[in-house]
Design a binder for this molecule. Structure first.
Ligand SMILES: Nc1ncnc2c1ncn2[C@@H]1O[C@H](COP(=O)(O)OP(=O)(O)OP(=O)(O)O)[C@@H](O)[C@H]1O
Ligand SMILES: [Mg+2]
Length: 366
């Protein structure tokens, strides 16, 4: 068993930076866990604590039923893949992969078997005699993965392993990593700030913000029911529309629903859940009047940006992380879109609406 459990883990760096402020989660044996969040939220710090490259200020990290707080990195039975690959430039691909195993005193034939098997899986068998500088970025990334695979560790740790690759290669390698992990069935923790990578790779998604966990769950569950406006705007692109409503507006929009009573709040609606329409939404749904102020055509779909013109009132001010005041994004399939300057109505049925507390920290289930 190689599950990983974090219990109230904290990290304060010398100098007083509180990078991790108490984190709990568990990754089951064979699961793919993705830590996602903005720059500086503590992802690398947390991963490095699991690896043993940073001390744990407080709390416990358990790998396979053993608390590893005081166990050296080399004895944790983990393998880490970094963003910058860190290959040895003077060594061949073969030797880059064999190096760690030789250091452990593994017999030569066993090393050879493991390196060739990893090379076969990664389709780099023809490159074994080359030096890293004779490889493309994607090939180097494969070698870095190979170096982790030959170790046959209990846990793989990845820190933004694809961020040096161009967009197309990133997607290809993303799929490769997922297939590889499924095949090897090795418990993995993967750090990224890319929400799409997080959504597509994760069995379990951990959304971090400011050294804390905002939400943990199955990626689609997180997408469907974000626990806060932070998660709502971080997961999904373009982000969820967030519209601040005062108590009267909440009452008008959610009339008859006691759960949404009186309090001011933030209404959320995903761009793909808005429909350009000539008829107002059915009872309980949302209808917004917009003046189209920008159009982005990306091929398979079109993003329509509109300024809210609700009852001719000035736009309501936005909070950090929200769209600009009054701006709403609508995602339209295909290439048909209204023209800039046109007045349109968009609607969404009641069941597609999200509601959050006025501070955005809490989801209100309707
Ligand atoms: N060695 C260190 N000493 C002091 N503070 C540090 C150290 N390393 C990181 N920090 C701080 O800890 C916080 C978390 O950093 P961390 O590198 O874990 O973020 P991250 O989520 O990986 O960000 P990124 O996406 O940019 O890689 C940041 O505020 C950072 O400045
Ligand atoms: Mg980092």
């Amino acid at each position: 068993m190689s599950n990983v459990t974090l219990r109230n883990v904290r990290k304060t760096y010398p100098g007083g930076v509180e990078a991790i402020k108490g984190i709990d989660f568990a990754v089951d044996d064979g699961q793919f866990c993705v830590l996602v969040g903005p720059s500086g939220c503590g992802k690398s710090t947390l991963l490095r604590m699991v690896a043993g490259l940073e001390t744990i200020t407080k709390g416990e990290i358990d790998i396979g039923g053993r608390v590893v707080n005081d166990i050296e990195p080399a004895d944790r039975d983990i393998a880490m893949v970094f963003q910058n690959y860190a290959l040895y430039p003077h060594m061949s691909v073969y030797n880059n992969m064999a190096y760690g195993l030789r250091n452990r005193g593994m017999p030569k034939p066993e090393i050879d078997t493991r390196v060739r098997e990893a090379a076969r899986i990664l389709e780099i068998g023809a490159l074994l005699e080359r030096k890293p500088r004779q490889l493309s970025g994607g090939q180097r990334q494969r070698v870095a993965m190979g170096r982790a695979i030959v170790r046959q560790p209990k846990v793989f740790l990845f820190d933004e392993p694809l961020s040096n690759l161009d967009a197309k290669l990133r997607i290809a390698m993303r799929v490769e990593i997922r297939k590889l992990q499924r095949r090897l069935n090795t418990t993995s923790i993967y750090v990224t700030h890319d929400q799409l990578e997080a959504m597509t790779l994760a069995d379990i998604l951990v959304v971090m913000n400011g050294g804390m966990v905002e939400q943990i769950g199955n990626p689609l569950e997180v997408y469907r029911k974000p626990a806060s406006t932070f998660v709502a705007s971080f997961i999904g692109a373009p982000p969820m529309n967030l519209i601040t409503l005062d108590a009267d507006e909440i009452r008008a929009q959610f009339s008859g629903d006691a759960r949404a009573n009186t309090e001011a709040g933030i209404l959320g609606i995903r761009p793909e859940d808005l429909l350009i329409s000539t008829e107002a939404a059915a009872s309980g749904g949302l209808s917004l009047d917009l003046v189209v102020d920008a159009i982005e055509r990306v091929g398979a779909e079109t993003f329509v940006y509109g300024a809210r013109a609700r009852h001719g009132e000035p736009a309501i001010s936005a909070r950090p992380g929200e769209l600009p005041p009054g701006e709403v994004i609508v995602r339209v399939p295909g290439q048909n879109a209204p023209a800039v300057g046109e007045r349109i109505m968009v609607t969404a049925p009641r069941e597609r609406l999200h509601l959050f507390s006025a501070d955005g920290r809490r989801r209100i289930d309707l």
